[in-house]
Design a protein around this ligand. Structure first.
Ligand code: B12
Ligand code: SF4
Length: 651
């Protein structure tokens, strides 16, 4: 397999600490990647103005060396679709935070086929890629580009999750009208083909329009797929789910700088795939399997060095559970070597399970290797919920010890918390949040509605039992209610999801988080920035932080088919008001937060701060068993620490 060379660099840290949130917010445009000129801040379009062509691609029609040879262009257009908001507008931002590793994988794989000249010496692959989360996709331009370039090409709808499937389908239909081949891959197609007895209607409808399905992973398959596409011999379905590739020595994920600059100077890669656990709400194990397939330390080093050479020094390692990557230690050792012996500067975030603290040396080495933030699959503090979800590896009484070990290494902890397990009620959830605030030294909490994601055992079971589920895939974003709950109405369920954010990020608890950070020697700016990101996303933009970005873009004409186009005289004034009110409120919140941070930094006894969560005892109060709970307990009877109002100080 041909690999690109390793380029070394002594990339220096981006010294801009996020100490002053207000300054960051006001100066946001300047904190963008390498401070691009102002013109570049405005509409990014997926077009030839930003072509992603490799150095080997040629636009000439004849071979310079042999003028008698006619050269052919074959276009490969990669699109990572976004999804629609509740008003039907595509969710897009000027800049976003987490780059698409799926796009990086496919980009690198197509480039590899191109560099090896698999389609023939006289064929030039013209490769273009865009992530709709920060780039306006114009299907008209894509069609024109392919038609004007000789008419030969294919569009890959990449990494399509269930919530992105309707948007992907709309893009596919537009492209199919020009007769161009379209292939759709990613978790929705793979999850459905893996777990359902038949192809579901929304996928079948696309197939009927000639769209090709790809299930499984593209490593080692790209050569075959592109050859079939080039020869006009595409099959309706490519299903490699039963033959997942070994990831060692594969082409490594890589996005060129032109795309990465749409993100805030960060990129992502997977060091491995697969997870040994068996949570019933999880899709990953049914798509990527339960066996750890991992990249080598050499591969990881190559990805890091190639990105450092592009000026990118922050990484999101997308393994769902890096702690269960069988090669975690050699990988971390290599990263430690690069940092400690060569003085290279880079940081990363990763996802782990709650038991990772028991793996000897894991936390220590992760911190030395540059782990600055860790996502932990906590999901619930109610043991009966964890048992119902098959998350038997989680032990609530161990959470505190685990969190304290990360804190000792100054790693910021973020936990996912799922609302809507069978034993949950609005009251029990509110009580759990209060318990977490009091007893667990977790920094950030992000909330999700339990969702039967296609590809999960939960979805398969409901499907088999014929239980009604939401049919609009756009709503499978973990922020909508998609099926019934035994103890909550849809309204109650969504209501507690909405309130959970405000309960956890109450003014009192925000102050506690900052005080705990000070006591633990963690820079307060890191915590206040995280609060602005996690809570600010939900509170001001009304989106989950995982879909958040800087400056929301709404394109009047990119509205979901079936919804009317709003008159410009109505649309633009309304949009202006939305911008002013949203960012005005956010700036005010950031200012208050920053003032609080500075006050807490000055508190004389700050370093000596201690509370129950910081005590070195593993105990966490078990909550009463659901059946014994007085479900009628009024929420307002909760202790004062839970502010039921939206925080007044930043309203
Ligand atoms: C990193 C990540 C994110 C990142 C980046 C997302 C992005 N823009 O790519 C962030 C944090 C932003 C994110 C957000 C969300 N995510 Co996410 N995310 C992941 C994670 C952990 C890794 C993704 C990844 O890089 N995988 C590795 C790549 C290589 O795998 P892949 O996408 O399947 O691609 C391979 C094959 O499928 C195939 N392939 C894919 N596309 C195509 C196309 C063609 C043409 C071909 C030939 C092949 C092909 O080849 C690829 C290489 O082998 C996955 C879990 C996982 N392990 O994959 C969840 C996951 C994809 N996310 C999920 C969800 C639900 C979300 C959110 C809705 C959660 C939320 N409430 O916000 C949001 C949606 C935001 C959005 N609109 O993008 C679900 C999707 C489940 C489903 N049925 O759709 C997953 C599976 C996790 C889960 N909970 O089960 N996510
Ligand atoms: S630990 Fe995470 S990745 Fe593993 S099965 Fe459970 S939810 Fe899925």
């Amino acid at each position: 397999m041909r690999r690109s060379g390793i380029v070394g660099t002594d990339e220096r840290a981006n010294a801009s600490s996020r100490n002053s949130l207000l300054t960051s917010l006001v100066l946001l445009p300047q904190t963008f990647y390498n401070s691009p000129p102002l013109g570049e801040l405005w509409p990014r379009e997926c077009g030839p103005n930003r072509p992603i062509t490799s150095s080997t691609a040629r636009f000439a029609e004849t071979d310079d060396m042999n003028p008698t040879t006619t050269r052919t262009k074959f276009h490969v257009e990669l699109i990572k679709p976004s999804h629609y908001d509740d008003d039907g507008y595509v969710i897009q931002w000027l800049r976003t935070f987490v780059p698409s590793n799926s796009l990086a994988c496919l980009h690198a794989l197509v480039k590899d086929v191109q560099e090896r000249r698999v389609l023939g010496d006289d064929v030039d692959i013209v490769l273009n890629a865009c992530d709709e989360i920060h780039t306006v996709v114009s299907t008209k331009k894509i069609i024109r580009r392919i038609q004007q370039g000789g008419g030969r090409g294919i569009v890959f709808l990449t990494g399509v999750q269930s919530n992105q499937f309707p948007r992907a389908a709309d893009l596919a239909r537009e492209i199919r009208t020009a007769g161009i081949d379209v292939v759709v891959g990613g978790f929705h197609v793979s999850g459905c083909l893996s777990m359902l007895p038949e192809i579901p209607p929304e996928i079948r409808a696309l197939q009927d329009e000639g769209v090709i399905l790809f299930a499984g992973e593209a490593e080692q398959r790209m050569e075959q797929l592109l050859t079939d596409a080039y020869r006009g011999e595409l099959k309706p379905v490519y299903n490699f789910l039963k033959d997942l590739p070994d990831l060692r020595n594969q082409v490594t994920p890589m996005l060129p700088r032109e795309i990465v600059r749409g993100y805030l100077s960060e990129t992502s890669f997977d060091a491995g795939r697969g997870c040994p656990f068996q949570c019933t709400f999880c899709t990953i194990i049914n798509v990527q399997g339960r066996k750890s397939r991992h990249r080598t330390a050499d591969d990881v080093e190559q990805v890091i060095r190639a990105n450092l050479a592009q000026g990118i020094h922050k990484f999101f390692i997308t393994d769902d559970d890096f702690a269960r990557n069988k090669n975690w230690e050699p990988i971390l050792d290599r990263m430690i070597e690069m940092r400690e012996q060569e003085g290279l500067h880079f940081k990363f975030l990763m996802q782990v399970d709650t038991q990772c603290y028991k793996i000897p040396r894991f936390i220590d080495k992760a911190a030395r290797a540059g782990c600055s933030r860790v996502f932990i699959g906590m999901e619930s503090i109610a043991s009966e919920n964890l048992a119902a979800a098959g998350k038997v590896q989680n032990h609530v009484e161990q959470y505190r010890t685990m969190l304290q070990m990360w804190r000792d290494k100054k790693v910021v902890t973020v936990a996912g918390y799922i609302l809507g397990f069978p034993a949950d009620t609005p009251e029990s959830i509110a009580r759990d949040i209060a318990t977490i605030q009091r007893e667990l030294p977790i920094d950030m909490l992000e909330f999700f509605c339990l969702t039967p994601l296609p590809g999960s055992a939960d979805h398969q079971a409901l499907h088999r039992q014929g239980v009604p589920m939401e049919t609009d895939m756009n709503k499978y974003d973990l922020e909508h209610i998609t099926t019934d709950h035994p103890r909550m109405s849809a309204g109650e369920w969504w209501g507690i999801y909405d309130r959970a954010w405000h309960l956890y990020y109450s003014p009192e608890h925000i102050a506690t988080l900052l005080r705990r950070a000070r006591a633990g020697g963690i820079k307060l700016g890191r915590i206040s920035w995280s609060i602005l990101f996690y809570y600010g996303a939900y509170r001001f933009e009304r989106v989950h932080p995982l879909q958040f970005g800087v400056f929301r873009r709404k394109v009047r004409t990119s509205r979901r088919p079936g919804l009317p186009r709003v008159n410009p005289l109505v649309f633009y004034p309304k949009r202006l008001w939305e911008i002013v009110s949203t960012y005005g409120a956010m700036a005010w919140f950031a200012w208050k937060l920053d003032r609080l941070r500075r006050r807490i930094e000055r508190e004389p006894e700050g370093v000596a701060y201690v509370d129950e969560a910081l005590e070195r005892s593993p105990h966490i109060l078990p909550r009463p068993v659901a059946a014994q709970e007085p479900t009628s307990t009024p929420i307002s009877a909760e202790p004062d620490v839970i502010s039921l109002e939206r925080p007044q100080w930043a309203a």
